[in-house]
Design a protein around this ligand. Structure first.
Ligand code: C5P
Length: 305
């Protein structure tokens, strides 16, 4: 086998609680991360030298790119030959959607297969956490409760097929800025125990639409649970971002006006997302928002997977 092509999926945070600053400069966090059906495409092939080609956008193709760093770390750790990486971006960058981290995750997974390493998920995540805090989750995927600096994962039942609309304004936010700007004052935390219980209930209630596919019927029971989810969705990094960029609050309002049952900023931002009751209502909302928002904003339709 000389090359591997795979999809590297993005994520949203359904909750993000920030704790103390640690001696290593990171913050302790407790968060719920959920994979979404929005992905970059990655092809990795054996080569004489390391190279990275990105088919779209204006991104660095050197060691500043996490995908390149991941390739070099894999090669160094497991004494592998270099690889050439071809990356097609669909996930917006500096958006809170795990775009850069998932490219690194994809390269780690691809090299494991390409070189027949047979590494366990734990071993893959160990490499991933050296690249970035969110990389282990983006290797694992699904839905997880993440702690530590984000690298300690506990899989929890996922709710697949939640229809979502994402809006990313034209500017990006860098993760270090978000954590630096964080203040716990008047900044409520998510009740993660209650959140996990709710996800367990939603996942267990098979047949009432609680684990819906794209075409699952929208039942009143499911809507009630998504509304309850809305009250538990809190992102403690959002307060500073909303204060610094008031337009983010306006976008949240627009998502609500279009019928979102729950809205939040994902990760360190600035992407806002709304969860809708059906694929149709999400499609309609995305269409309206695309027309109403400035042309440089990126409005995307996705769902939890
Ligand atoms: O781990 P990653 O490289 O993605 O983190 C980028 C930056 O975000 C860190 O250097 C740190 O400033 C901040 N961060 C943090 N606490 C975390 C994760 C990230 O302070 N749990």
């Amino acid at each position: 086998m000389e090359s591997i092509t795979l999809k590297a999926y993005g994520k949203v945070n359904l909750a993000l609680n920030v704790g103390k600053t640690r001696p290593d400069g990171y913050h302790d966090v407790a968060m719920i991360l959920q994979s979404i059906d929005l992905y970059d495409e990655i092809t990795v092939e054996k080569s004489d030298a390391f190279s990275l080609k990105i088919t779209s956008g204006d991104l660095p193709e050197d060691d500043r790119n996490l995908a390149m760093r991941a390739a070099k770390l894999m090669a160094k750790t497991y004494q592998l030959t270099p690889v050439a990486i071809l990356l097609t971006k669909h996930i917006p960058i500096a958006a809170g959607l795990g775009g850069g981290s998932t490219d690194a995750a994809g390269v780690i997974k691809a090299m494991n297969e390409l070189f027949g390493l047979g590494l366990t998920l734990e071993e893959l995540c160990w490499v991933g956490e050296q690249i970035g805090s969110d990389v282990p989750f983006l290797i694992a995927g699904g839905c997880c409760l993440a702690s530590g600096r984000g690298e300690i994962l506990k899989p929890i039942p996922d709710v697949k097929g939640l229809p979502m609309v994402l809006v990313k304004p034209e500017f990006g936010i860098l993760t270090p800025w978000s954590y630096k700007a964080f203040s716990p004052e008047n900044n409520p935390r998510s009740d993660l125990e209650a959140f996990v219980r709710l996800l367990e209930e939603m996942s267990a209630a098979a047949g009432d639409g609680a684990d819906p596919t794209a075409n699952a019927p929208v039942t009143e029971k499911r809507l009630e649970k998504v509304r309850k989810m809305a009250s538990l969705m809190k992102n403690q990094l959002a307060k500073a971002a909303l204060e610094a960029y008031p337009v983010l609050g306006e976008i949240l309002e627009k998502l609500e006006e279009q019928g979102a049952l729950a809205t939040m900023m994902t990760g360190s931002g600035p992407t806002l997302f709304g969860i809708f009751e059906s694929e149709e209502s999400a499609d309609k909302a995305a269409e309206v928002l695309k027309k109403e928002l400035p042309i440089h904003y990126c409005t995307l339709r996705t769902k939890s997977i």
